[in-house]
Design a protein around this ligand. Structure first.
Ligand SMILES: Cc1ncc(COP(=O)(O)O)c(C=O)c1O
Length: 458
């Protein structure tokens, strides 16, 4: 409100609603005319809105609050660091940044050892792409359809088949797109395992046609595709892809922004298949959302290359002390509270309970997942696999049957990942969830899915 003294700005609930609607620019949406629910507190797997109503968080917000909300250890760690030193110029060393980089070298696979810190998942991928270009001296990067790598121009040009970049030009990187191993809807019309991984042979052919290792710099992958549908690859897919990258001399860039830090039941999703990427992008579970932080971890040879070659990237908040202090506490908690084992064990239970939902709901075409990362793919017709909502229908102003399920979940007291750009409703509770949290979440999902059942063709 121009002219009002800042300290006199009214903050009644009605005022806050108005600021939200008139002054906040909301992401990935038509700007709202009604304020979203205001959250005032959160604890573990629950949060509370302004009216005092409690909700179950079955998505860890944006699949980032892996350790649960408001863990006192992390809050204390941030406060302790804030009292000592909030931040300093990134050309100097600070204790939390050095310690965190060493911890990441410890938990990441193989010889991944040097970390560039940034502010989030998008920036982690932006740095990954720049490192890949600068290290190889080549420009073409392969992305896969149904991927999401972030909101900047470079990250979006690699997010093929995600409708979010449609509204803007994205030509920051020379990209090629190839199909992912989406066995439920194979773009090659094949069936696993008879396909002999046709999708990967296709990538091999594309690399050859595009000039092989002389022209192609790398391939970027989400090991388990998240926002575009919880797509779990066959077990031999990534070991084969690693061999293919080595054959051509191109880099494997793993975007584990969503799948990292125990989400799939191991520290990193590629650990399931013993694959070491050349560059690993991380964020979300790194600080569990307590303070924004991104990390791009590279193998020793790549890191050492930049001893003799100028590294052309940087930012004022690179390795912010408060974020690094938060991450140190969060990483310790994964170990001390056995959160990654819990994700593996409870994830199996969540998958089992989700398959029971499939038995009851004709709108569920497929159920898949690994760890506490499980998706229900919604269809209009199980036999033909006709999607519940076509791709173009997902970026319209009007609601659709999937967003109705999401709204019904909130009415019933729970959030899940329902607003993503696929037909999949993903369930990804904090890794501290219990069996009874899973039972409660499944019971709520059971009721909400009736909205989608109503659209199933007779
Ligand atoms: C796999 C993946 N990469 C990158 C991003 C972008 O991360 P951020 O929103 O922190 O920029 C996301 C966000 O959901 C993601 O899921």
């Amino acid at each position: 409100m121009p002219g009002t003294h800042l300290t006199a700005l009214p903050i009644t609930p009605k005022d806050l609603d108005r600021y939200e609607v008139e002054n906040v620019f909301h992401s990935w949406s038509f700007q709202p005319t009604v304020s979203p629910k205001r959250v005032v507190s959160a604890h573990g797997c629950r949060f509370t809105d302004e009216t005092g109503r409690d909700y179950l968080d079955f998505s860890s917000c944006f699949v980032n609050v892996n350790i649960g909300h408001q863990h006192p250890r992390v809050v204390d760690g941030i406060c302790k660091q804030a009292r000592k030193l909030c931040s300093f110029a990134p050309t100097f060393s600070t204790e939390p940044r050095a310690v965190l980089a060493a911890m990441l070298a410890n938990i990441t696979p193989g010889d991944l050892s040097r970390t560039f810190f940034s502010l989030g998942g998008t920036e982690a991928n932006e740095a990954a792409v720049k490192i890949c270009h600068q290290y190889t001296g080549r420009h073409k990067i392969i992305g896969r359809y149904r991927s999401y790598h972030g909101g900047t121009a470079a990250a979006m040009s690699l997010s093929a088949g995600d409708p979010r970049p449609w509204s803007q030009p994205t030509a920051a990187v020379r990209t090629l797109a190839v199909p992912p191993p989406y066995c439920y809807r194979c773009m090659h019309g094949q069936t696993y395992p008879d396909c002999n991984l046709r999708c990967l042979k296709f990538v091999d052919e594309i690399i050859e046609l595009e000039g092989g290792g002389d022209q192609v710099a790398g391939i970027i992958v989400e090991p388990i595709i998240g926002a575009n549908g919880i797509i779990v690859p066959p077990p031999e897919y990534f070991p084969e892809m690693r061999r293919m990258c080595d054959k051509w001399g191109i880099l494997l860039l793993a975007d584990e922004v969503m799948t990292g830090f125990g989400r799939t039941g191991k520290w990193f999703a590629l650990d399931h298949w013993d694959v070491v990427p050349d560059i690993l992008s991380l964020s979300k579970g790194l600080t569990a959302g307590y303070v924004p932080l991104g990390a791009t971890v590279v193998r020793t040879d790549i890191g050492n290359y930049f001893r003799d070659h100028f590294f052309g990237h940087g930012a004022t908040y690179m390795g912010h002390a408060l974020a690094c202090a938060a991450a140190i506490e969060v990483l310790n908690l994964y170990e001390e509270e056995n959160l990654i084992d819990n994700s593996a064990t409870l994830g199996k239970y969540l998958l089992e309970r989700s398959r029971e939902l499939q038995d009851r709901h004709p709108c569920i075409g497929d159920v898949r997942g690994l760890g506490l990362f499980v998706g229900l793919e919604l269809v209009r017709n199980r036999r033909t696999r006709e999607p519940l909502v076509p791709v173009a229908g997902r970026v319209c102003k009007e609601g659709n049957p999937k967003t109705e399920v999401g709204a019904e979940l909130v009415n019933l007291g729970m959030i899940a990942m329902a607003a993503n750009p696929s037909n999949v409703i993903a369930m990804a509770p904090p890794l501290c969830a219990t069996k009874s949290d899973i039972d409660e979440g499944i019971a709520i999902m059971d009721r909400a899915l009736r909205k989608a059942d109503a659209c199933v063709e007779a």
